[in-house]
Ligand binder design. Structure first.
Ligand SMILES: Cc1cc2nc3c(=O)[nH]c(=O)nc-3n(C[C@H](O)[C@H](O)[C@H](O)COP(=O)(O)O)c2cc1C
Length: 193
């Protein structure tokens, strides 16, 4: 019997009305429609201190870091909508990746990431939709052994792009984001057999 792919969907923003939180939930719905089991995570629900080696040495992994790691370990795929700050990754997303990358005793290196598959998207009020930040996010994930799908979606003019119900006003754009989620589900389905 085929294994149901499990996908963790989250945005690299802590903002309540984040465009990227809306965007990733469209992709999550696409992945669910394609048969995946999707968990949506709001990183704001798991506040983490800025990673500091001294803090880790003295206090270990914070409880929210443990929760984040457990969630990542329980899913084979990631749908990530990454806002662009100063042409790059947000501190919130990088900090979450940094904490999740820290091994606990007995755990394989980069256990949350090795062998995982991800699809990326972004939304920004700017003209490029956060595309430049995705270059950084892709490079980071690739370097920690995440297979990042080549297809990605960037939504420009995000402040005008969403309808009040959280969908994208442009039906083609809405379909392409849902398809990104469906593609991740399909690739994972093939990888898991
Ligand atoms: C510190 C900072 C730097 C930013 N730099 C960029 C940028 O380089 N490119 C861009 O398109 N938007 C930039 N923005 C605007 C963000 O795209 C915008 O705040 C967006 O709403 C963030 O995503 P969110 O709505 O998911 O929180 C920046 C915003 C902040 C706060």
């Amino acid at each position: 019997m085929a294994t149901t792919p499990k996908i963790l969907a989250f945005a690299g923003s802590l903002r309540k009305d984040s465009y990227n939180k809306k965007l990733v939930q469209i992709a999550a719905a696409g992945a669910r429609d394609a048969g995946a089991e999707v968990t949506y995570l709001d990183l704001a629900d798991l506040p983490l201190p800025v990673f500091n080696d001294d803090l880790e040495r003295e206090k270990g992994l914070p409880p929210n870091g443990r929760t984040l790691k457990d969630l990542m370990l329980a899913h084979q795929g990631f749908l990530i909508s990454a806002p662009e700050y100063n042409s790059s990754i947000t501190a919130a997303l990088k900090n979450a990746i940094d904490w999740a990358s820290r091994p606990i005793p007995g755990e394989a290196p980069l256990a949350c990431f090795v062998g995982k598959t991800a699809a990326l998207m972004s939304a920004s009020p700017g003209a490029l939709g956060g595309l430049r930040g995705l270059v950084t996010v892709r490079a980071i994930l690739g370097n920690i052994h995440v297979l990042v799908l080549p297809d990605q979606v960037a939504v420009p003019k995000a402040h005008e792009a969403f309808a009040p119900d959280g969908t994208l006003k442009d039906s083609k754009q809405q379909a392409s984001v849902a398809k990104l989620g469906a593609n991740l589900a399909a690739v994972l389905g093939k990888l898991l057999g």
